[in-house]
Design a protein around this ligand. Structure first.
Ligand code: DMJ
Length: 601
């Protein structure tokens, strides 16, 4: 694989947009759009080669310029006015508003379908139009939908979502009363969490607590702060470990809490879980609740800093297997941590076991006042240096920029989850995290970081564009020729790509990000809108199976909290949830930056 330095030459970026992709003459495209589109969809859509032995599907990736040109044709070729090439600024604005309203309609239909078929359940089964209680009756769909419905101006719907959310009783003292109340499948009234159900500390913090903190910021109503504290009180037993590093889950038998890590983790906590609670818990304390939440979450940060002071990454004492530490790079943390000893183990990536931990470094720095001496800034700077040094690769010949995994060596794996990285870097740029500062010795500057963000986002875009359904894969592996193989073709309505387009649009105001986002929205509408359903959207078994990929009858709550919200914001003005007033948690819940007068933890 080419290194970053070898392949960076010739690529340029400016604050007004990337210069890496050739644009075609949109006027000419418009004339032939309908014909081209039919032709493109039927004839030119990239067909995977299928390996007869393994069944793996390989893509002979096209050079970047031509793939983008094909994308212009594809994105502008439909009959709907929403694809029309605007002739004036006024037309352009109408197209954008039309797209924004189309996303709002998607949200409204999906929410109504949830209410009709699964009101009060954890999730809607969008195809069979049934209900699924796979989250212990904690109603993540209701919690995750509230903020999106508010932002879209759907206030009656938001009020109903709020009622459903507030009715879930997380009070630890209530849990023992659950069986006598026979509540679990009832749709109305207050009800505790399902008996013995293992509630994920991470998921519940980012979805339920994040939602309540966000609605508190949007409404200034303190009952949402109290609810956030109630949910966290339910979770607090998970922090009772020798190091204070939290465990994966809490379950209540009666009112007795039991905590464990996941079986497959061999007693370890995950970086993405223990390290992605701080934004919410610190915020709750800073907004006026008890200090214990922020303090409990910061024991993890203290441990990070202690590890750094103890000579990490070169001091082998920090590793569980000192003979073979897998993590040689400062700023890239191993994925597992032992909550008893604090020792680290495992490889590093910005994918599933670690992702949001990195996202929360810069977000904590911004949310808690952008103090230049905040250790979160230093952690973030270390991470960005290490990512650009060691994880960011460009495929030879085809020039896909991607963030892989690193353990003993580099692994050329690209996960959809890592498509949040361009957005994270762009947020850092927007807030000046990469600006030159006295006393900082960093060898990657703003222009390098911007190039990385733009190039990574372009790869995420290409993975969508080059798929037969125009939906991006969950995981691909690159080979030495610059070709990639889709190793996990599922699509579970993930938001990361459109999320990054949102940040990049706010930073550059380059309309291409809106066009790219619109392509994703239309692909979701075409393939994920539940067949046989009445408005819900379904995950897909394989994004390779055009023209009718199998729908798996699942609609995760982050489709509301993130995918639809970021799409809506992409087509909204900067004044809607402005990025100098809000920081989005990893579930897309906007936390209002607290002003003086609010106590800070
Ligand atoms: C969301 O729950 C959050 O964004 C989390 O950080 C990662 N995974 C999903 C969305 O893909």
């Amino acid at each position: 694989f080419c290194t970053l330095l070898e392949t960076r030459d010739g690529m340029s970026v400016s604050r007004n947009g990337p210069g890496i992709l050739a644009r075609v003459n949109v006027g000419a495209v418009l004339v032939a759009a309908a014909v081209y589109t039919a032709f493109f969809l039927l004839v030119l859509a990239p067909a995977p080669r299928i390996d007869r032995k393994t069944g793996a599907r390989h893509f002979d990736a096209a050079p970047m310029e031509s793939s983008d040109a094909r994308g212009e044709v594809a994105s502008r070729g439909a009959v709907s006015d929403l694809w029309a090439t605007p002739e004036s600024a006024n037309d352009a604005r109408n197209v954008t508003l039309g797209r924004r309203d189309a996303v709002r309609d998607m949200a409204l239909r999906a929410w109504r379908s949830y209410l009709t078929h699964a009101r009060g359940a954890d999730e809607l089964k969008p195809v069979s139009m049934g209900r699924r209680n796979n989250w212990g009756g904690t109603r993540p769909t209701a919690f995750d939908a509230i903020g999106t419905l508010i932002v879209m101006g759907l206030h009656d719907e938001a009020d109903e979502a709020i009622d459903l959310a507030l009715a879930v009783d997380f009070d630890p003292a209530s849990q023992g009363r659950r069986t006598s109340r026979g509540h679990h499948d009832s749709d109305d009234g207050s009800r505790p969490v399902a008996d013995g159900f293992g509630v994920s500390v991470f998921e519940t913090t980012i979805r339920h607590v994040g939602s309540m903190l966000s609605v508190f910021g949007l409404t200034n109503d303190k009952k949402f702060l109290s609810k956030a504290a109630q949910v966290l009180d339910f979770l607090m037993p998970a922090f009772e470990t020798p190091t204070g590093i939290s465990l994966h889950q809490v379950a209540y038998r009666g009112d007795r809490a039991m905590t464990t890590n996941q079986n497959w983790c061999n007693g370890k906590s995950l970086l993405a879980e223990a390290g992605t609670l701080q934004l919410e818990m610190r915020y709750l304390s800073a907004a006026g609740a008890h200090r214990k939440y922020g303090e409990a979450s910061e024991r993890f940060t203290d441990h990070l800093l202690k590890t750094l002071r103890n000579g990490w990454p070169t001091n082998r004492e920090n590793y569980e297997s000192p003979a073979a530490p897998t993590m040689p790079h400062k700023g890239l943390w191993p994925s597992f941590i032992d909550p008893k000893t604090g020792k680290w183990s495992g490889a590093a990536s910005l994918a599933s076991l670690s992702d949001s931990f990195y996202e929360y470094q810069v977000k904590q720095w911004v949310l808690f006042g952008k103090d230049p001496d905040d250790p979160q800034l230093e952690l973030y700077e270390n991470t960005v240096e290490a990512v650009l040094d060691h994880l960011l690769h460009y495929s030879p010949r085809t020039h896909y920029a991607y963030v892989g995994h690193v353990g003993i060596g580099f692994e050329p794996t690209l996960d959809h989850l890592t498509c949040f990285v361009p957005g994270m870097l762009t947020l850092g740029l927007l807030h000046g995290a990469h600006a030159p500062r006295d006393g900082r010795d960093r060898h990657w500057g703003e222009a390098d970081v911007a190039t990385a963000a733009v190039d990574l986002a372009a790869t995420c875009r290409r993975l969508y564009l080059e798929s037969p359904t125009r939906i991006g894969p969950e995981v691909v592996e690159f080979d030495a020729n610059g070709t990639y193989t889709v190793t996990n073709p599922k699509y579970i309505l993930r938001p990361e790509t459109i999320e990054s387009f949102f940040y990049l649009y706010r930073y550059t105001h380059d309309e291409r990000y809106r066009d790219w986002g619109w392509d994703i929205v239309t692909a979701i509408e075409r393939h994920c809108r539940a067949r046989g359903g009445d408005g819900g959207y379904s995950a897909l078994e394989s994004m390779l199976d055009a023209p009718t990929p199998k729908q798996t009858d699942s609609m995760e709550s982050f489709f509301f909290a993130e995918t639809l919200k970021y799409a809506y914001l992409l087509f909204s003005d900067d004044s809607v949830l402005p990025l100098d007033e809000f920081v989005f948690n990893t579930e897309g819940h906007p936390l209002r930056i607290l002003r003086p007068g609010h106590r800070r933890h």
